[in-house]
Design a protein around this ligand. Structure first.
Ligand code: DP6
Length: 337
């Protein structure tokens, strides 16, 4: 059976940084995101009894298809996810997988979010576990096993919360509001499209060395509540305030881990300063940055042109990607082979 799916990436408003359980990939704190309609992964999966081994081919932005080996943590997690789902389904056949992104990977644009959610969804259907794909709470738990927390949130469209918990059953994602609730815009300003130098997996482990990490966990609890509240009430100023605070709090942890991780570059700082300055001049927009130098600028539809101009006037900005909330991972009839 040949199955194709499309999955969006998502941008975290409240960040996932640090795990409570390394084996089950349970995050230390609840985290919240919005899906991104401009950053999509398409994946096609076909089971094949003649194949001797699983074959995964990935086409990164602007490149040709490349066969993956399990020679990094991320890639090993992917092969493990295939084997786990096949075992769960009680099947033997190997799979041929192709996956393609329409945006630069691994530069703080959550490429693994869209890739891992797409692959998990397609594998579940291909191996006959469609009920686990249709039950989105269960789908989110299944996606968690591939080790990318951000991917868990792409199980749903719109605005999503991924909850921590004490067990596999307790840690899953839930939708706060769907993709039609609030037409917010996330403009990604790309200052460096290259792969990030330190993986999130390594960063999660290093939180243990940061003397301020527990302070972040404590102080962010009320921010999690405020963020949900701001989304439900469509309170842009309150949401923006929370988004920026959480991003900076996470980066403070990164920079004070041992060894430290610095994801920002000069262009990142320039954009942050310009956003603060623009707000003083009445333009409502806020920044948030993941594990990379690129900046996500959140604004309302009415301000999109002004924010675009501001970003394109900054010489370090190479290009921008405009995103609005969209559906989560879904089946598609566009096959990649
Ligand atoms: C900074 O373990 O999900 O993006 O698989 O690389 O996306 P990736 O990392 P993951 O940690 C996410 C780190 C983050 C914040 C977030 O998306 O919540």
């Amino acid at each position: 059976m040949k199955i194709s799916v499309v999955s969006p990436a998502n941008i975290a408003f409240i960040k996932y940084w640090g795990r409570k359980n390394e084996k089950l990939f349970i995050p230390r704190n609840n985290n919240i995101s919005m899906t991104m309609d401009g950053c999509l992964t398409t994946a096609t999966v076909q089971t094949n009894p003649d194949l001797k081994e699983d074959v995964i081919e990935v086409k990164y932005y602007g490149e040709e298809y490349k066969k993956l080996e399990s020679n990094s943590i991320k890639q090993k997690n992917l092969f493990d996810q295939v084997a786990r789902i096949r075992k769960d389904a009680g099947k033997k056949e190997k799979v041929f997988i192709r996956s393609e992104n329409n945006f630069p990977s691994d530069a703080g644009i959550a490429a693994s979010a869209s890739s891992f959610s797409a692959l998990t969804a397609a594998l579940l259907i291909a191996y006959g576990l469609e009920e686990k794909f249709l039950d989105k709470k269960e789908l989110s738990r299944q996606i968690r096993f591939c080790g990318s927390g951000s991917a868990v949130r792409s199980a749903y469209g719109g605005f999503v919360e991924f909850k921590t918990g004490k067990s596999h059953k307790e840690s899953y994602a839930e939708q706060i509001a769907d993709e039609n609730h609030w037409k917010l815009v996330d403009i990604v300003a790309v200052v460096d499209p290259e792969k990030k130098h330190t993986s999130s997996s390594r960063g999660h482990l290093l939180t243990k060395t940061c003397p301020y990490y527990e302070t972040r966990i404590k102080e962010m609890q009320r921010r999690i509540k405020w963020t949900k509240d701001a989304i439900i009430k469509k309170d842009f100023e309150k949401l923006g305030y929370c988004i920026e605070q959480d991003s900076t709090s996470m980066h403070a942890v990164m920079m004070t881990s041992d060894p430290p991780i610095y994801y920002w570059n000069g262009g990142t700082m320039k954009i942050m300063q310009e956003i603060l300055f623009a707000r003083q001049n009445g333009l409502q927009c806020y920044f948030t940055i993941d594990a990379g130098p690129n900046v996500h600028v959140i604004c309302e539809e009415k301000n999109i042109k002004r924010v675009q101009k501001l970003l394109h006037d900054i010489s370090e900005v190479q290009f921008t990607i405009v995103n609005r909330p969209c559906l989560g991972v879904r089946t598609s009839n566009k096959h990649l082979f």
